[in-house]
Design a protein around this ligand. Structure first.
Ligand SMILES: N=c1c2ncn([C@@H]3O[C@H](COP(=O)(O)OP(=O)(O)OP(=O)(O)O)[C@@H](O)[C@H]3O)c2ncn1[C@@H]1O[C@H](COP(=O)(O)O)[C@@H](O)[C@H]1O
Length: 100
């Protein structure tokens, strides 16, 4: 798979999450999140942490950290959506519907 450097990378990451969930490779961070005994609460914890870190990066005005923390947040949001059975296409369709 050629690596995308636009927002279609989110769809690629979602596909990797689906694949990790099916194949359960050893050492996979995605599997560690999906199999955590806390269930969806573990994923929500990470989304909350990464959202807070993103907010702090914006407050500090540090561009590199804003990019890094927002990437962590978007990745964990993809894992959360997968866990809920919602796809990036569902989100894209909703955003497109709102587009004026
Ligand atoms: N995009 C990411 C990605 N972004 C961040 N992370 C991980 O998310 C974690 C960020 O959490 P923290 O900074 O809080 O670090 P931590 O202390 O290790 O986290 P915890 O122990 O608290 O859970 C780190 O372990 C990062 O490695 C990611 N892990 C995986 N991906 C994507 O998911 C794919 C599958 O990854 P594996 O499941 O590991 O094969 C990869 O190919 C990537 O495309």
């Amino acid at each position: 798979m050629e690596k995308a450097a636009d927002l279609s990378v989110l769809t690629q990451i979602y596909q990797i999450i689906e694949e990790r969930s099916k194949t359960q490779p050893e050492g996979s961070y995605v599997c560690a999140l999906l199999n955590d005994p806390k269930g969806v609460n573990k994923i929500l914890e990470k989304v909350g942490e990464e959202a807070t870190e993103t907010i702090l990066a914006v407050k500090d005005g540090k561009r590199d950290e804003i990019i890094y923390e927002t990437s962590d947040l978007l990745f964990h949001l993809m894992v959360m959506l997968f866990e809920c059975g919602v796809t990036p296409e569902d989100i894209a369709a909703e955003l497109a519907r709102r587009h004026k």
